[in-house]
Design a protein around this ligand. Structure first.
Ligand code: GRG
Length: 299
């Protein structure tokens, strides 16, 4: 399992596509309200691994999708992700001062602006999905918009965040932790993958289910690795405050089962994710490489 130069070039090229689309879609700073627009751009542009859009592109390759359609879907998911980070960092939530190697949005601007940034990024995501053609017919496109709305809402990411906030100081069982993360982190990762595939030629229900299962496993693996990195990596490498989970007494995979077992669990989820891709052969090469990256990453 190695990260090849070819994969790295693919990642860089697709990260650039997303950056360019974000640049073009975010409101410019010289139209009013300027401070809000500046803060939106501050939160969404310039860094971030862009894992979710990369998953959309890689799944799009499985379904032979038009790259411009995937760019819009991936950008919409990244806008939702950027909003979630801004809100997650607020004093009323995780209360963090560092994100993507720079001061969090509410520190750089102010709390009210950060709240509005999250709101406006989320609206912009859905505006893009409604504005551009993503599917050959309107019914399919509406289904795709609904899929992202559910993934971001109370039965998805926002619901997972509510469970996370209510769990501070609690000792969760492994199934409870899994339930929380399938929603908080996993829902958007699954949505990105399935949306990427749905930008392409119709896959069968079984093929879509296999991709969804891949994304469910890799979304959980992403979180397990995140928990390990929170204990083992430095603030400089992560670009966000390391050790926050323990400091805030949050239940994590590491607090539940320790580092070694967490690593074993991540490897098992990685295996399951790769197994779900078997039926796709060469078409799923980028998804396989991305799953390796997610598990091997150091930041
Ligand atoms: C506020 C509704 C609401 C939801 C917040 C995503 C989230 C839910 C909170 C983020 C807290 C956190 C550290 C979750 C762990 C996994 C995760 C999503 C990490 C950040 O995502 P990356 O690593 O970040 O993809 P970059 O900066 O690379 O985009």
């Amino acid at each position: 399992m190695t990260i090849t130069n070819d994969f790295q070039s693919w990642v860089a090229a697709h990260q650039q596509r997303i950056e360019a689309q974000l640049q073009a879609s975010l409101p410019v700073v010289d139209i009013a309200p300027r401070r809000l627009h500046e803060a939106m751009r501050y939160a969404a542009l310039g860094s971030g691994k862009r894992v979710r859009p990369l998953l959309a592109y890689a799944a799009g390759e499985v379904a032979n999708a038009d790259i411009q359609r995937v760019t819009i879907a991936g950008t919409a998911v990244e806008l939702i992700h950027a909003y979630s980070l801004v809100h997650d960092d607020l004093p009323s939530m995780d209360d963090d001062v560092l994100r993507r190697g720079k001061p969090t949005c509410h520190v750089e601007f102010d709390e009210a602006t950060a709240l509005l940034v999250g709101d406006a990024l989320q609206s912009l995501a859905f505006q893009l999905l409604a504005e551009y053609r993503l599917a050959d017919n309107a019914t399919e496109q509406l289904e795709m918009i609904k899929l992202l709305a559910i993934a971001a809402g109370s039965r998805g990411m926002a619901g997972g965040q509510a469970i996370d906030l209510a769990s501070v100081g609690a000792m969760l069982t492994l199934p409870e932790l899994e339930f929380m993360h399938i929603h908080k982190t996993g829902a958007l990762i699954r949505a990105a993958t399935v949306l990427g595939a749905r930008c392409g030629s119709a896959l069968s229900a079984q093929e879509l289910a296999a991709l969804d299962h891949f994304a469910k496993c890799i979304g959980l693996a992403f979180q397990v690795v995140d928990d390990v990195l929170d204990t083992e990596a430095t603030t400089v490498t992560l670009g966000k405050t390391a050790g926050k989970d323990a400091e805030q007494n949050k239940p994590t995979y590491v607090s539940a089962v320790g580092v070694a077992e967490s690593r074993r669990l991540a490897a098992e989820l990685h295996e399951q994710a790769r197994a779900a891709l078997e039926r796709f052969g060469e078409r799923a090469t980028r998804l396989r490489e991305l799953s390796d990256f997610i598990v091997l990453r150091k930041f």
